[in-house]
Ligand binder design. Sequence first.
Ligand SMILES: Cc1cc2nc3c(=O)[nH]c(=O)nc-3n(C[C@H](O)[C@H](O)[C@H](O)COP(=O)(O)OP(=O)(O)OC[C@H]3O[C@@H](n4cnc5c(N)ncnc54)[C@H](O)[C@@H]3O)c2cc1C
Length: 528
Amino acid sequence: MEPLSARTTSRPFAPADGKQSPAQIPEVLPKDAHNATLVANVHPPDWQNPEPAPRYNLVVIGAGTAGLVAAAGAAGLGAKVALVERHFLGGDCLNVGCVPSKCMIRSSRVLGDLAVAHELGISLPSGATVDFPAVMERMRRLRARISHHDSVHRFHDQLGVDVFLGEGRFTGPDTIGVDGKVLRFKRAVIATGARPVHPPLPGLAEAGFLTNETVFSLTERPNRLALVGGGPLGCELAQAFRRLGCEVTVVEMEPQFLLREDPDAAAILFTVFQREGIEVRLSTTLKKVTCVGNEKHLYLESAGRQETLVVDIILVGVGRAPNVEGLNLEGVRVAYDRKKGVMVNDRLQTTNPRIYAAGDVCLDYKFTHTADATARVVIQNALFFGRKKLSTLTIPWCTYTDPEIAHVGLSEREAEKQGVAIQTFLIPFKEVDRAVVDGEEEGLVKIHVKEGTDQILGATIVARHAGEMINEITLAMTAKIGLGALSSVIHPYPTQAEAIRKAADAYNRTRLTPFVKKLFNSWLAWTR
Ligand SMILES: Cc1cc2nc3c(=O)[nH]c(=O)nc-3n(C[C@H](O)[C@H](O)[C@H](O)COP(=O)(O)OP(=O)(O)OC[C@H]3O[C@@H](n4cnc5c(N)ncnc54)[C@H](O)[C@@H]3O)c2cc1C
């Protein structure tokens, strides 16, 4: 088994220019039985593209979450559907995103627990030993196991979708070319996703760096890792690698990492990172990189001061660029921006009314669940004269650090920007019994309501399982249930979700005005 070299700039999971023939799919490293199963499912080497039908109701370019959901949903409703994928069905989420990262995070959480075991009265005589190759092998095994959901054969044989492996490109007003074949469509969906941005920094490409497309091919633990970019990817992987035993430095040019998050939430995580020994350099810019032997020297600048950071591996996570190139979008009058992606209206229609877009290629919020949700909107609007609007979706998200940070709706910052008056109810976890007994007091629930009402506009939760807890708030917002009503929802004791009920109780207490209180007092005195 050939481990991926830390010096490599090759991209085992993606081509450099996106212009390869189907035969030149990226290599999936390391070459082991798990990756062989994965590839057999998501890009079987012996796959023969079918003969195209005379005309399709829907042709989907890109088989990540957005493309798969659009294709499966439309086919399930009886549409004749073609799905075109140049690399691997499942896209980023299965292959180089959510699935492999969450597998690593799961292993690293065990180490997080072991690190505080003594606080819970458990002593570990010899400490914990990390078997990094085994952690990565587990990840590859589980990724391969899950991959049958997204397999070419499932989509073709069970769901009745014509799957074409190859680079898709618009060739006429109602045609897409792939592998020398012409697919004629009534409607098309662009679901080509996004890729990691490669910053054009002096010396970086020459020194070699990893992105999400290559990091999950590691089979050996790096000793010293620099994470360039303090977004969700950077923070999740920084903590995972640190717990797995690496020296980790996060370099972030902004004064806060996780810039989209509530500053109080980011501050809690910052404290946790410091305690766990993760170096976080905020307001710091990477200027250039040089290679000295096997080491990479990063030249950093912060408040006019320069310093050099020496590491073995650089992992870059500075943003995502939409895959808009090579599709001949100009030829079919689909407007796009190289940074923002394909332009869509509120019904996810592009500037060509026959062509829609879904997922990372057109969204600001690049998540698997938004790719899924927008694909569902597209099915309704493209095939059934639906009027479903993107702006009506309530979109939560979660960063899977420990503790997790989950958010939905408006933040305080956005409310201020939009001139929306809000009232915030904050419950710190040190006031929640379950968090105290679990030793997980570092966290909070913050719920914002429109001032003078109990209409929930947004919420942030910092908790070990914040991603699970946020669903109660999202449900309330979607179903237009006010915060006051959540106070009558019985939560099992002791659970961390009781923090939500406590916030609702706090809201209800604000309704007990001096006048109402006086009224109650009089009534109770009279009925004594
Ligand atoms: C490390 C990491 C962790 C993440 N973790 C999470 C998480 O925990 N939760 C979450 O919600 N989101 C997470 N995400 C984001 C999530 O992976 C993406 O939002 C999601 O995969 C987007 O799906 P998509 O279908 O829009 O695009 P993609 O998954 O990128 O799929 C697009 C597909 O189109 C194909 N394609 C492109 N051009 C062409 C062409 N011309 N012809 C044919 N095919 C083409 C590509 O090969 C690709 O397979 C994570 C991302 C990363 C990088």
